[in-house]
Design a protein around this ligand. Structure first.
Ligand SMILES: [Zn+2]
Ligand SMILES: [Zn+2]
Length: 317
């Protein structure tokens, strides 16, 4: 059974859990059952934003946002390269030292649940907690964790809660909706109750989960895939180029995209802007996405360039 809770009507101070969700968690653990709270953001907050000028704190080695962690110690962490900062940050743009938290993570959810249910076992399972499966009490326990929880042998779960369902749908891959839909369906078939908290209760994936059959979802998804040339109607190939030198990445990107732009089917090429280069873990990264029915031919056209250049990687979706 899937229940949807509309968060758009909930006063901000009650977030991240609505009173009915807290009631459901409370009655499940009171009856000796186990709850799984499933959230794909680690840490306490996804980002810190300067209160004075609105600039987000970013990793000095990447362009990625720094995540706030408060357990076991206060630190800012880059999830891409592992860069860690333990001293008080200041804003790169204005020097300000006051920050606001944006986006909730599993540590903040754990803290909130521990406050609501002081006598329950609240166990956070994510990449930050190195513990062995199977040593946990399997009654009256709330597990809080990221996607890696999916395959954890944590026994009988009676209730699954998605506190911020849209964060599951925010990944930019073309098949995100399908993955999320299948996950939730599987959970609702295996587990008695699933609660979806969201600000977008009319999202098509949620409507399909509540009312539709798999056939409806399948039809809608295939129509979208056909319209945009995504698999199975077309290829979806990413060419990544990395190097320590930005100039080298820029040159490689220019070379590849100038060959690709001379081809007839240039409309199939996305993100080919050769100046769109990001920093990742002290290296520079450029990417080109080939999409549609001519993607393989486009790739073939730059094959000899790819083999003769170091640091190029191809991913087929
Ligand atoms: Zn600032
Ligand atoms: Zn980084």
């Amino acid at each position: 059974m899937i229940h949807v809770v509309d968060l758009s009507l909930l006063p901000a101070h009650l977030l991240p859990f609505s009173p009915q969700t807290l009631d459901a968690i409370g009655s499940t653990i009171a009856a000796g059952g186990n709850v799984l709270v499933y959230h794909n953001r680690r840490g306490s907050a996804s980002a810190l934003v300067c209160s004075d000028c609105g600039t987000t704190l970013r990793c000095p080695r990447c362009d990625a946002t720094l995540t706030l962690h408060e357990k076991p110690i206060w630190r800012l962490l880059c999830h891409h390269c592992g860069y860690t900062q333990v001293d008080t940050p200041s804003c790169r743009a204005c020097g300000g030292v006051w920050f606001e938290r944006v986006g909730i993570g599993t540590q903040a959810i754990e803290t909130r649940l521990a406050r609501e249910f002081p006598h329950a076992n609240i166990i956070r399972l994510d990449r930050d907690v190195e513990e062995i499966w199977g040593i946990y009490p399997l009654h009256s326990t709330v597990f809080v964790g990221t996607r890696r929880l999916r395959n954890a042998p944590i026994g009988n779960i009676d209730l699954v809660v998605f506190p911020v369902f849209e964060s599951e749908l925010s990944f930019a891959e073309y098949d995100t909706e399908e993955r999320v839909y299948l996950d939730v369906r599987l959970l609702s078939e295996r587990i008695a109750r699933v609660i979806i908290q969201t600000r977008f209760p009319r999202h098509p994936v949620i409507l399909d989960l509540l009312q539709g059959s798999y056939r409806d979802f399948f039809r809608r998804t295939l129509a979208v895939r056909r319209a945009f040339g995504y698999p199975p109607y077309g290829g979806y190939i990413q060419i990544f180029t990395t190097a320590k030198s930005e100039t080298k990445v820029r040159k490689t990107m220019h070379r590849l995209s100038s060959i690709l732009m001379t081809r007839k089917h240039t409309s199939t090429i996305l993100h080919h802007d050769p100046d769109d280069i990001r920093r990742r873990a002290g290296e520079f990264l450029g990417s080109i996405l080939l999409k549609g029915e001519h993607a393989e031919e486009d790739l073939h056209a730059v094959e000899s360039e790819i083999w003769s250049t170091a640091g190029i990687r191809i991913t087929r979706w």
